[in-house]
Design a protein around this ligand. Structure first.
Ligand SMILES: [Zn+2]
Ligand SMILES: [Zn+2]
Length: 661
């Protein structure tokens, strides 16, 4: 009698064996099945049909109904899951199940509605392509099979138009297109733009904030081949698409393509593998590509397509000025030059943006008399002062407390906020420009996708003359009247211990600078810094991403950092740091480690954020100059680590290609 190997949504994600029904065959692989589990039942996915299981048949329970409301998940879906499972060291069952919307894993399916049908409208008038755009469109040939291309285009150079032309071509060939964007960019405006462009086609969105029923409906339409265009965030990368013809990753450097819990995967990297498996082109677009992608494009693995001119020919690149704040008087961190710039914009009816990547009023509240500072009791971090609702709040674990009236240690009533965040800058600017309408845009004023959309509408509707915001505002949105961007507080990233910090800062500054002067109005960017001589600024002023990237890559090559080395990190967290470190030391001392000479293990150390939500966290970095050597080592290491006796409250995981430490 055959046995179903079933993936079930349970914490350890091992596969479970059940006696298959008499009618079972290998055609059932990829179907969902109802199975008894504990005292109830669960819906799982049949990942294999075998002649026998790991246990004697009489000890196995019998599977229930095989669900036939959907075709079985196809072989290419399992091939992709298999790659991700091996590469990211995640249980196969976990990879399979995380790819399915929750509704498909429920015993009681929700009521379903149909996807929004296309509303036939006027086919839009297509903008004329620039020469560079035309070259890029011509270079990505869907019929030619797999090829990966980097589309490197400055802000406003019309990358989206290139995507849309390629989508159009894929659709004309009877294929589906998968378009991935960062979390914050997937707004109904973008969805509407795509719908308006393809009025005859079915477009579905897939992202984490969709209601469960909507996500299942859209997923089904994609899987059935009814949806022509799938517009999604990272989770959409595993959606099975029977007619896949093109994958586009917009803002490919964006950190939101990396999943930070469960299976820690990079949707961008999975996309390239998927395109190769499916034999279709993949296009990675960015104004500031990740250095990994840049190195791939220069090493010849990816094609390199460049858009250097702005699509709107009147629009020129903004002028970037670096202000040396060591010699300038500042008020609340803002220089006279910037204040004067804002005043001029107000007089001309234009918008200004003050960019400060720190929300709240001040990063810490402290007592000058006894030295007390507002620390989070659960994390190695300070509690941030939020004056808007009079709370002290931890940005890492969410712990919060009302603002004390006096120092909790010595009773001194004269406690001070130190440093500044968006709320403080907003307050000061309002005092300076009492007539101006100021909008603050950060995670406190914009908590949901809906609020984000409302905020964008208000900005577009001219409701704000001055914007004060964090990196939320930096990403992919056009504000036609915005002509001045001022950057405060960028210095901390310049000399950070995190060697990826300059890459992130450069991308962020390029992105926020790109907000200035996108229409006919010329843009100006003012960056205040105490380190004006830092080479990052010279590249920024020259709009020279390539020069910046070359410098960074050279440094990384000399230091032996990615992309010239390959890394995985073992992390352990426990109530006591000593337990976490002891566990990591045991993992480093496993006998097989010595046998893998090409893999080097560093010493176990506390993570940069050593304590989070009452857990102490340590890490052990494994590195190799050879990816195959690292990949050969990891599954063996993982298996051996599973045999280490650890305290009950210790949790550990492996992350491949980690971005943060
Ligand atoms: Zn005190
Ligand atoms: Zn905390």
């Amino acid at each position: 009698m055959p046995v179903f190997r079933v993936a079930l949504d349970l914490p350890l994600h091992r596969l479970f064996d059940y006696v298959a029904p008499p009618t079972a065959s290998r055609d059932d692989i990829g179907r969902r099945v109802r199975v008894p589990f504990g005292r109830g039942e669960k819906i799982g996915v049949v990942v294999d049909v075998a002649d026998s299981g790991d246990w004697p048949l009489e000890q196995l329970k019998s599977a229930g109904d095989v669900l036939r409301d959907l075709p079985p998940l196809p072989a290419d879906f399992f091939a992709l899951c298999s790659f991700a499972s091996t590469y990211y060291q995640a249980p196969f069952g976990e990879v399979v199940l995380q790819a399915l919307p929750a509704g498909l894993k429920r015993c009681e399916p929700p009521t379903r509605r149909a996807v929004r049908p296309p509303v036939p409208g006027q086919p839009p008038v297509l903008p004329e392509l620039t020469g560079e755009q035309a070259v890029a469109v011509a270079a990505v040939e869907p019929a030619a099979g797999f090829a990966a291309h980097l589309l490197h285009g400055v802000t406003g150079s019309g990358k989206t138009e290139v995507y849309l032309r390629l989508v159009e071509r894929a659709l004309a060939a009877g294929r589906q297109a998968l378009l991935l964007v960062p979390e914050i960019n997937l707004t109904p405006q973008l969805e509407e733009r795509v719908r308006a462009r393809f009025p005859q086609r079915t477009v579905v969105a897939l992202h984490s904030e969709l209601a469960e029923a909507a996500r299942e409906r859209n997923w089904r339409a994609a899987f059935a081949g009814d949806a022509d265009i799938v517009l999604g965030t990272r989770l959409a990368i595993f959606t099975p698409l029977p007619r896949l013809g093109l994958i586009v990753i917009d803002e490919e450097h964006d950190a939101s393509f990396k999943q930070q819990d469960g299976m820690r995967y990079s949707a961008r990297d999975v996309a390239v593998v998927r395109a190769r498996q499916a034999g279709v082109p993949v296009l990675l677009g960015s104004a500031t590509p990740s250095l990994e992608t840049w190195a791939n494009a220069h090493g010849g693995r990816y094609g390199l397509l460049t858009l250097q001119e702005r699509a709107n020919r009147q629009a020129t690149l903004p002028q970037i000025r670096i202000l040396d704040t060591r010699r300038l008087p500042l008020q609340e961190g803002v220089s006279k030059v910037l204040v004067e710039g804002i005043r001029q914009r107000l007089e001309r009816g234009e918008q200004s943006l003050v960019f400060l990547n720190r929300r709240g009023y001040a990063p810490v509240l402290a007592c000058p008399s006894c030295g007390w500072v507002s620390r989070c009791q659960r994390c190695a971090a300070n509690l941030v002062l939020h004056l808007a609702d009079r709370r002290l709040r931890c940005h890492h674990c969410g712990f919060e407390h009302r603002v004390p009236k006096a120092c909790p240690t010595c009773g001194n009533q004269d406690i001070h906020p130190y440093g500044r965040g968006t709320q403080r800058v907003e307050e000061w600017l309002q005092g300076e420009f009492p007539e101006a309408r100021i909008l603050r845009v950060d995670r406190d004023s914009v908590k949901s996708r809906k609020q984000w959309e409302t905020m964008l509408e208000r900005i577009h509707g001219g409701e704000a003359e001055i914007l004060v915001g964090t990196q939320m505002l930096a990403k992919g949105h056009d504000f036609p009247k915005l002509t001045l961007v001022g950057v405060l507080g960028a210095d901390s990233a310049l000399y950070s211990a995190d060697w990826r910090a300059p890459e992130r800062l450069f991308a962020q500054l390029m992105q926020v600078a790109g907000r200035a002067g996108r229409a006919e109005l010329k843009g100006e960017v003012v960056i205040q810094t105490q380190y004006p001589e830092h080479p990052l600024f010279a590249s920024l002023v020259a709009h020279d991403y390539a020069g910046f990237a070359a410098g960074q890559l050279k440094e990384r090559e000399q230091a032996g950092f990615p992309p010239y080395a390959f890394q995985a990190v073992l992390r352990a967290e426990a109530p006591q740091m000593a337990d976490a470190i002891a566990f990591l030391k045991a993992a480093a001392a496993l006998p097989l480690v010595a046998a893998h000479e090409q893999v080097m293990l560093y010493d176990p150390v506390p993570m940069r954020m050593a304590r989070l939500a009452s857990l102490e966290r340590g890490q052990l970095l494994a590195e190799s100059m050879s990816r195959p050597a690292l990949q050969a080592f990891l599954p063996l290491w993982r298996e051996a680590i599973e045999g280490i006796k650890a305290p009950a409250k210790l949790r550990w995981h492996l992350e491949v290609d980690p971005l943060e430490f």
